[in-house]
Design a binder for this molecule. Structure first.
Ligand code: MN
Length: 738
């Protein structure tokens, strides 16, 4: 069946086309016809409205509201006709897109999404709700269609159950009315407020409305009477002006009663007389004020000059209250046309200011003024195409830096744009974020880096085994998530560094390598690590093999040592430590620490004994050490047997004293005779000449007693040498204990 077969439907379409013709600057009649037909066909099989009317009556009425009360363009009228098709019929968005293109499809999609998001969740904060609404509407026309939809639903609210009436009325009063106000749609705002008030406080609404109605004729007659002399004078003085007197709407009267705590009879400003002057000169306002004051006696304390001192939001006007006929108080507002226009925008700014809304800024103001232009002067335009393309291109990008998403229980979370399930998880709780393994968005499992959209419902899946993944840092955008992930990474790095340092220290010890501060810094620089922490983390994470690094360092060190002309002190310590390992002491004490006494420098081949010290283990002395004899004299029981190991590979320090007749080159000959014997190393040489007698002490490295005796033999053969002795007491200058 086609709507054409239904006489009433054809009448309806013609009426809508008439309204479009009368209110829109320009429109595509065919587009309206097609949208009407599509909607009619889609809804024809649907359930009727609660009012008993066919469902189609709703989108049709909404389209009428758009065309008549928020007249913008044909696209918004067509979108209004189609706005419930996706939600209430078997048709999907694709078919609308195929039939009407992206512009209309996107608006229908926006309206549907808002309904879905809003109705399935309980949003407790009105401001969040408003923001969400704005953030979800990519195109301003989504909001306008939504306003018209809400207006028709409010007008037919009587047919719904009381609980639903209360919820919808509350939502309208808290969200849609301020939003309409902000959009500069004053009439829409008033109707929202009065209809909502009617359901939220029926008794008060009916009381005020009865009182207003009872006095309506009387009031209108009075306004005419009041205006008449003013009108006459202004015409005489050649002013171009408009003068009106309208009752204020019910909700605002109720607010005055509550605020002033007075019965309606005592509220004198149930209506206001407004004089709008078509003049660029603000001084005309004061002249007109003078004229009004000549006609009616003003109440001085009720005079307000918002022209010289505008309100914070830029509002300008003169307000005065005068004593009218029959002694009644009447409020008169005087302003220029321009001030009147600015007044609406100013009120929006004022609303912003009071609510302390985050800067939605210039853009909103620009938009409001633009909508006002379209609404108030549909005939004045720079041309059809210009207006149309402006409209097409206009996107509502308020609050686009924030998104509004929901927990499974329907609680609202505000997140920065670009947020992912991980951002959401950390927003809920740091523990949820830390242990997050997966996420469902609108019931479907998605990757954790999926970007969320306003209206999404998110469920986070956690596991106690999961921990923060450092890769998350690459895609999260919220401050909370970033901070938590960073802190976690820092903690992990610290732990890893400690681990790495332990490994490194152990390896150094194992290889008996010590690394000075300078060497370490140089090592980091060579390996290109910016600090020690990075280096240790690299070890813990096995990026570096410490074994190989140490081998390399040891080789470098060996090269360095040999090139630095034998630093015997270091080598000596090592040799001493090594060679003490093989010493055999009295069996029962075999696990004692054994070291060499510094007084007598025993070397293999010497007869030795051990002396048990307090705290320093067993010291090995030569048997004939005079120092030992002195100590043991008091405690013979502390002497234990000690023998050299069968084979020893170490080198030992021994000293010889050489004396003879001094002659040139003798020292060179002595040292040569030592080093030429099996490459024996000399540790130090000191020499003195007194009365032509040469005396020298030479400290050498030897394998054992026999090695030392061979050297002594060689020294004795040097010409001029008269005496060579092993130094038995005193030290070569350094402790053998290491
Ligand atoms: Mn609807």
């Amino acid at each position: 069946m086609s709507y054409l077969a239904d006489v009433k439907s054809v009448e309806k379409l013609n009426r809508l086309l008439d309204v479009c013709r009368n209110n829109l600057y320009t429109f595509d009649e065919n587009l309206i016809r097609r949208a009407f037909e599509f909607s009619w066909n889609a809804h024809v099989k649907g359930k009727p409205r609660a009012s008993g009317e066919p469902y189609f009556s709703h989108p049709y009425e909404v389209a009428l509201v758009v065309a008549k009360e928020i007249p913008l363009d044909d696209v918004s009228v067509a979108s209004a006709l189609l706005h419930d098709v996706v939600e209430d019929t078997g048709y999907d968005l694709k078919s609308i897109r195929a039939e009407f293109g992206d512009g209309i499809a996107d608006i229908v999609d926006g309206v549907t999404k808002i309904s879905g998001a809003v109705e399935s969740h309980e949003i407790t904060r009105a401001e969040n709700y408003r923001k969400m609404l704005l953030s979800m509407a990519k195109d301003v026309r989504v909001i306008l269609v939504k306003f018209a939809d809400r207006l028709h639903n409010m007008r037919t609210l009587a047919f719904l159950r009381p609980e639903k009436q209360q919820r919808i009325a509350m939502e309208t009063l808290e969200i849609y009315a301020p939003l309409a106000h902000r959009f500069g749609l004053a009439k829409v705002k008033w109707e929202f407020e009065d209809l909502a008030f009617k359901y939220l406080n029926t008794a008060e609404y009916e009381f005020i409305s009865r009182k207003l109605n009872a006095k309506r004729r009387e009031r209108e007659a009075y306004i005419r009477k009041f205006i008449q002399p003013i009108k006459k004078r202004l015409e005489q003085d050649d002013y171009k002006f408009e003068i009106t007197g309208r009752p204020k709407h019910i909700y605002s009267i109720y607010n005055k009663m509550v605020k002033r705590n007075k019965p309606i009879e005592e509220i004198y400003d149930l209506f206001a007389v407004r004089v709008i002057l078509d003049t660029p000169d603000k001084n005309d306002c004061f002249s007109v004020y003078g004229i009004v004051s000549e006609i009616y006696t003003p109440v001085p304390e009720r005079f307000k000059d918002y022209i010289s001192v505008p309100k914070q939001n830029g509002y300008q006007s003169i307000h005065t209250t005068v004593v009218g006929p029959e002694g009644k108080m009447v409020e008169v507002q005087i302003r220029t046309r321009q001030m009147d226009e600015v007044a609406d925008r100013g009120v929006a700014a004022h609303w912003k200011y009071k609510e302390d809304v985050k800067v939605t800024d210039r853009k909103l103001d620009e938009w409001i003024s633009w909508v006002r232009e379209i609404l108030e002067q549909p005939a004045v335009s720079s041309g059809e195409d210009a207006a149309k393309s402006f409209l097409e291109g206009f996107k509502l990008d308020l609050y686009q830096d924030e998104i509004y998403v929901f927990t499974p229980k329907g609680n609202l979370q505000v997140l920065p744009k670009g947020s992912t399930p991980v951002d959401f998880a950390f927003e809920i709780h740091s523990q949820v974020g830390t242990h997050c393994v997966g996420a469902k968005v609108n019931g479907r499992i998605v990757p954790l880096n999926t970007k969320l959209n306003s209206g999404d419902q998110i469920e986070i899946i956690t596991s106690s085994n999961q921990n923060v993944n450092p890769d998350w840092e690459k895609f999260v955008v919220s401050r909370k998530a970033k901070a938590h992930i960073r802190r976690w990474i820092n903690d992990e790095t610290r732990k890893k560094a400690v681990e790495g340092e332990e490994i490194w220290t152990k390896k150094l010890k194992k290889h008996k390598l010590t690394l000075g501060e300078d060497d370490f810094v140089k090592l980091l620089r060579d390996l290109k690590y910016e600090n020690a922490q990075r280096f240790y983390v690299a070890i813990a994470e096995e990026e570096i093999e410490p074994e190989r690094l140490i081998t390399r360092l040891t080789q470098q060190k060996a090269v360095k040592d040999s090139s630095e002309a034998n630093k015997p002190s270091q080598t000596f310590v090592e040799i001493a430590r090594k060679s003490s390992e093989g010493i055999v002491v009295d069996g029962s004490r075999s696990d004692w620490k054994v070291s060499y006494a510094k007084c007598c420098n025993p070397i293999p081949g010497d007869e030795i004994v051990g002396f048990v010290t307090t705290g320093e283990g067993i010291k090995i002395h030569r048997k004939n050490c005079p120092n030992l004899a002195r100590m043991a004299g008091a405690a013979r029981e502390r002497i234990v047997d000690a023998t050299w190991p069968g084979e020893s590979s170490g080198l030992f320090v021994a000293g010889v004293s050489v004396s003879g007749m001094d002659r040139p080159g003798i020292l060179t000959e002595l040292t040569h005779s030592i080093s030429s014997h099996q490459n024996t190393n000399i540790r130090s040489v000191s020499a003195e000449v007194r009365d032509a007698i040469f005396e020298s002490q030479i400290i050498v490295y030897v394998r054992d007693k026999e090695h030392l005796e061979r050297i002594i033999d060689k020294l004795r053969k040097v010409v001029g040498v008269t005496k060579v002795d092993r130094i038995s007491t005193g030290t070569p200058g350094r402790s053998q204990n290491g």
